[in-house]
Design a binder for this molecule. Structure first.
Ligand SMILES: NC(=O)c1ccc[n+]([C@@H]2O[C@H](COP(=O)([O-])OP(=O)(O)OC[C@H]3O[C@@H](n4cnc5c(N)ncnc54)[C@H](O)[C@@H]3O)[C@@H](O)[C@H]2O)c1
Length: 96
């Protein structure tokens, strides 16, 4: 079972419906932010997650120059918190 996790900061649930339609299978969506360690911990624990593919990173070069700290917090701290939770829960393959 695949469970996309997204804070919907740059997407919406219509995209998820389209992905399910293309794949022909259901996905269990989790609305959460990768910077929220408690939420990610609960998701990994409750779902028995065995692999994490991390794509939750904004990437607009121009905007990152205007809002560098926002991008730092999301992309650097977010990744660090995600890896921290994976280190605590152990056992997942990672693709970052
Ligand atoms: N699109 C490309 O061609 C491409 C190529 C190489 C690498 N990448 C990398 O892959 C990643 C994803 O690219 P994309 O094109 O799918 O980007 P995207 O902006 O379409 O998707 C990123 C998703 O992450 C979510 N998100 C952002 N911050 C989050 C957070 N803190 N917690 C939870 N969800 C969060 C957004 O809502 C969005 O749905 C980026 O890091 C990008 O640099 C993309």
């Amino acid at each position: 079972m695949s469970s996309p996790v997204d804070n919907l900061s740059d997407s919406n649930e219509v995209s998820l419906e389209r992905v399910q339609s293309i794949c022909g299978r259901s996905l269990v969506f989790r609305h959460a932010d990768i910077r929220d360690e408690a939420a990610i911990y609960d998701i990994i624990r409750c779902c028995g997650v065995t692999a994490v593919v991390h794509l939750a990173g904004p990437k607009a070069a121009g905007e990152s120059n205007v809002q560098p700290m926002t991008y730092y917090e999301n992309n650097v701290l977010g990744t660090m918190r995600l890896v921290s939770v994976m280190t605590k829960t152990k056992g997942q393959e990672a693709c970052l």
